[in-house]
Design a protein around this ligand. Sequence first.
Ligand code: PLP
Length: 379
Amino acid sequence: MIYLDHNATTPLDARVLEAMLPYLKQQYGNPSSTHHLGRAARQAINAAREQVAALVNARPEQVIFTGGGTEANHLALLGAVQEEAPACIAVSAVEHASVRGAAQSLEHRGWQVDVIPVDEQCRVAPDIEPYVHADTRLVSVMWANNETGVLQDIRAIAKRVRKHGALFHSDATQAAGKVPVDFATSGTHCLTLAAHKLNGPKGVGALVVERASLLKPLLQGGGQEKGLRAGTENVAGIVGFGAAAEFARRELSARTAEWRALRDKLEAGLRALGITPFAQHAERLPNTVQFSVPQFTGETLLEKLDQAGFTLSSGSACSSGEIAPSHVLTAMGVPRGSLGNVLRVSLGAGNTEAHVDAFCTVLAGLMQGSRSWRSALAV
Ligand code: PLP
């Protein structure tokens, strides 16, 4: 099996597991307890908070641990406007379902949701004026897109948003650990992170927030996480997140150089097959390539590749067994004819040149085996 789906999730780093194990075994104290076991758990959480803050150049007290990226996105969008009368929020057209879902629940409560379009390269124009009004309370634009890997000009967008007096949230779930993310200079008020995208455990994430007073909690209870996320902390998960953040920070430049070289090799291989990946002219994550093979007919390429031992995604949403056309590619204006057989390769730890070579060889073989591809070649 060759795993090429690191934007969906990543394997747990063995060093991260080592760091977590004591908190799944003997160090089982509740961090709110005042006895020695509780204090040890609290210390471990505080150390992890420093590690996560360091990854994104934030202050430790700005890190609010959550149960993952989806929850952090909800805390940002819903927590920022919790006690307000309906007004407007704006989100980009290519946000993850967790941001779009939170926006939709505000819409059901009478809020106006303005959708900021992207160009054919998946880029939000920094000129967001038409979508941000005097009564816009919050704007959300993701740092990096999970399908195309396209990076947004967050600083430029933040400047515009702040001029209007709105809060600015960015979902950096896919960016952190793959490109430098600097909260302090980004201009964002809050930033979403998720551990499982950077070789940490699933079910733990964080919302980094300029100051806790900007938000109201979604859950009431024991007052954990500055009162913004009630509930006994996932100590082992948080410790794992901290360790994963620390390794990602230390190894970022080595990792990105390695992925970029593999990605460039893959793109050269695709071009040799007549395939042009999406968003080639935008700045992108170093590990992500999304492309379509519309000439392929019959079963989906994804299934064929799976059978051949390659684990990857299309990047498009899957509901009730039907593959829906990607909202990201649709927003980019990709023609309907190119929305079939979309593949997303997302590279990560453990991938090698041999994996890329093997993928290109198998893909070429499948394409040659496809009837319509053969007839296209014969023309
Ligand atoms: N945001 C983006 C951009 C993502 O890619 C994902 C996960 O796929 C999420 C949010 C959701 O994160 P989680 O799975 O931790 O809830």
